[in-house]
Write a protein that binds this ligand. Structure first.
Ligand code: TXA
Ligand code: MG
Length: 314
């Protein structure tokens, strides 16, 4: 049975042994293990019950490590790394030979990011290898944004969960690929397309569903709670007393507070992102027969929030 703790050196010791541990980052908690050791990487897939075709992100502790794991770093990728790292941005680059194919699911590219969390960086600084870390949830479920979330689902499968408090960002990193001439955003996050384009000029957006093996995180149904989710229409609020609601800024009239969660009363996307997954989990634990979620404005970070809601709605 795993334990939750705040001791960086305990996490380091398990990681050096080849074990997988729960690791806090600013986006969501990761399930981390030695990215250079195929057995450790394979263990991550087993714990998550993740299909082997879904590649992992490699986490590094300093900018100069980028060159150690990517065979080529285009100028635009370097500009983004300098601007946004440490931070919620993942770069997909041609891999070099030290990265095992178990990490990349056989792809010639590798996803790399430097997380913006003091404990994660502290762990990485103690290690002489990078950490492969997908979100620390069973495949297909909502990502964890607290150590307790990780414990609830994976506590019996990993020895240690490093508790770095609730995740500040709450949404997975923006992923941008440099494997073709024009950079492509594969997953939306709090670093928006506008922010990326203001640094490096035009990029493509390729975040559609389907079973595209280059971006399996973009599978249509992903991040799904167990309780069926539907879109909320404020003009036709269901009267059934067993339903729960996830609203954008405003309460629904005539519905008890115990059945409704508000993403952000001020309409603040940053606050809404930080709340989203914890609220989806609370709603899932609320034993509702159905949960209705409200779309947020389709702009800036709101696009990333809607993207996650769309994948969760059945
Ligand atoms: O914020 C985050 O990115 C979190 C924290 C823990 O860092 N990690 C995370 O990992 O969200 P995960 O495994 O849940 O999502 C990683 C996504 C996958 O959907 C995968 O398809 C994509 O990254 N990915 C990884 N390597 C790739 C590659 N070489 N080419 C294209 N997509 C890749
Ligand atoms: Mg994930």
């Amino acid at each position: 049975m795993g334990i939750i703790g705040k001791d960086v050196l305990t996490a380091v010791r398990f990681l050096r042994q080849g074990d997988a541990v729960g690791l806090p980052t600013e986006t969501v908690y990761g399930l981390a293990a030695n990215a250079l050791q195929p057995e450790s990487v394979t263990h991550i897939f087993e714990i998550k019950e993740r299909p082997l075709f879904d590649p992992l992100i490699v986490h590094i502790g300093q900018l100069s490590d980028l060159e150690k794991y990517a065979s080529h770093v285009p100028e635009k990728a370097r500009i983004l790394a300098q601007r946004f790292w440490p931070g919620p941005l993942t770069l997909v680059l041609p891999k070099n030979s030290v990265i095992p194919f178990q990490v990349t699911s056989g792809l010639e590219s590798v996803a790399i990011r430097m997380p913006d969390h003091a404990m994660a960086l502290d762990v990485l600084q103690h290690l002489d290898f990078p950490l492969a870390a997908p979100s620390a949830n069973p495949f297909g479920y909502v990502s964890p944004t607290s150590a307790q979330h990780v414990f609830n689902q994976l506590g019996d499968k990993i020895p240690y969960i490093l508790d770095g408090g609730p995740c500040r960002v709450g949404l997975e990193s923006t992923i941008i690929s440099f494997t073709e001439d024009i950079p492509r955003i594969l997953r939306l996050g709090v670093i928006t397309r506008e922010m990326v384009e203001s640094c490096i000029g035009a990029v493509l957006l390729q975040v559609h569903g389907g079973s595209n093996p280059a971006a399996p995180g973009m599978l249509d149904q992903h991040y799904s709670p167990i309780t069926p989710l539907h879109w909320l229409n404020r003009d036709a609020v269901p009267e059934d007393s067993e339903t729960g609601f996830l609203c954008w800024t405003e309460k629904l009239e005539g519905i008890p507070d115990a059945r409704q969660w508000i993403l952000s009363r001020e309409g603040n996307f940053v606050e809404a992102s930080a709340n989203l997954y914890a609220y989806l989990r609370e709603l899932d634990e609320g034993k509702f027969s159905m949960v209705y979620v409200e779309e947020v404005p389709e702009e800036g970070i709101g696009m990333a929030i809607n993207d996650r809601l769309r994948r969760a709605v059945k």
